[in-house]
Ligand binder design. Structure first.
Ligand SMILES: *Cc1c(COP(=O)(O)O)cnc(C)c1O
Length: 390
């Protein structure tokens, strides 16, 4: 009898290939060899979670009532705080019972949404470059993916007029992500208004990933739900991860119209059993103290951005200054692909960056640097890059 051999599902086999085994191997080898590596490769805050949030968790973890299964739809106290936060920050009114859903990190909600809104053979509109989950979760739902390129000439926003009519006819979901990872681009309210109008006209859902909404520098960025009537078509994903240095805690939330929130909740009710309640109460503390906790975090990244982008510009690099996020999207010098440039920066300068190609085929002319090390190290990285002849 032949030995049974495991074969991965077609669903997994269809996912785009992982392209960075070689760079990952080099990075690990460089660190293991004791080389002085500056890692700008990971979008994960380097500073610890603010003390009031940690103390809140310590307090609530002692409550035996929280040691049991949490409510699927989230603690009412957290949903009330989310509603108050959204009202104060964006001026939007949300019903805590039906228009807010806490998530086990926003990635969890983003990954589950396509199962709630897409059928096989329908189309999901996905930006390129993008956070890879939009594409994979759309594919898991059996949908076809239509790629919307993000070009610098269009402010790193999809050109809505360039989406063909036959694509719009089959489209049931559009992913957007502003402020944008990896490009650092932002969207304003008039752009969101155009998106909402298009979604209404063609009957698709807009999923706006707002993971970086609170990481802006000069002026606050909008929520898509500020567009009148947006709740009919839009769901927005918020995260505490980057804003409050809480990536490991796994907590975020979705806001939107009640039918969309209920549909996502139905997928989740069949998948997970809620967020540890003590973490929900710590998240409540974070949102309640938003006004005092976030300004120092924003100021820190602004200082790093100004130092890093300023130094690169002094070297003659034509780098867009991001208005939000902790990413700098760096165009490759002529003649380099993103993987080639990342390879040289790692081999010859011990600086780790991420090749644009990892976020989509249209991004091979860029690399991404994350501002997740202290300013002197950022300046050291630019100094080392300046010594290479590229
Ligand atoms: C980090 C990130 C997320 C994930 O956030 P979690 O809330 O930690 O799951 C979602 N979207 C984008 C674009 C991100 O960069």
């Amino acid at each position: 009898m032949a030995t049974p051999s495991f074969v991965k599902s077609e669903r997994l086999q269809k996912l785009p290939p992982y392209l960075f085994a070689e760079i990952d191997r080099k990075k690990k080898a460089a660190i293991a060899a004791g080389r002085d590596v500056i890692n700008l490769g990971v979008g994960d805050p380097d500073r610890p979670t603010p003390a009031p949030i940690i103390r809140s968790l310590q307090h609530h973890v002692e409550n035996p009532a929280f040691h049991q299964y949490a409510l699927d739809q989230g603690a009412p106290e957290l949903r009330e705080s989310i509603a108050a936060f959204c009202k104060a920050r964006y001026g939007i009114e949300l019903d805590p019972a039906s228009e807010i859903l806490p998530l086990i990190g926003s990635k969890e909600g983003i990954a589950h949404l396509p199962l709630a809104v897409l059928n096989p053979q329908e189309i999901s509109l996905v930006p390129d470059p993008c956070y890879p989950v939009y594409r994979s979760s759309s594919m898991f739902a059996g949908a076809d993916v239509y790629t919307m390129p993000l070009e610098r000439s269009h402010g790193f926003r999809p050109d809505l007029d360039a989406i063909p009519a036959d694509v719009l006819r089959l489209a049931r979901l559009m992913f957007l992500n502003y402020p944008n990872n990896p490009t650092g681009g932002t969207a304003d309210l008039p752009y969101f208004e155009r998106v909402v109008n298009l979604a209404r006209a063609h009957d698709f859902v807009v999923a706006q990933d707002a993971a970086y909404n609170e990481m802006y520098f000069d002026s606050p960025v909008p929520s898509i739900l500020q567009v009148p009537g947006a709740k009919d078509v839009a769901i927005e994903f918020h995260s505490l991860s980057k804003t409050f240095n809480m990536t490991g805690w796994r907590v975020g939330f979705a806001i939107g119209g009640a039918p969309l929130i209920a549909a996502l909740g139905q997928v989740k009710a069949n998948t997970d059993s809620g967020i540890f309640t003590a973490i929900q109460f710590a998240a409540k503390t974070a949102l309640d103290e938003y006004a005092t906790l976030t300004p120092p975090i924003r100021a820190l990244y602004k200082e790093r951005r100004d130092a890093f982008v300023g130094a690169l510009k002094k070297l003659g690099w034509d780098v867009p200054t991001p208005e939000a996020t902790f990413y700098v999207w760096i165009p490759c010098p002529a003649g380099y692909t993103s993987t080639e440039l990342c390879g040289r920066l790692l081999d010859e300068a011990n600086v780790v960056t991420t090749p644009g190609l990892g976020f989509g085929r249209t991004a091979d002319g860029y690399i991404r640097a994350a501002l997740t090390v202290e300013t002197p190290r950022l300046l050291e990285a630019v100094d080392r890059i300046g010594k290479l002849s590229l």
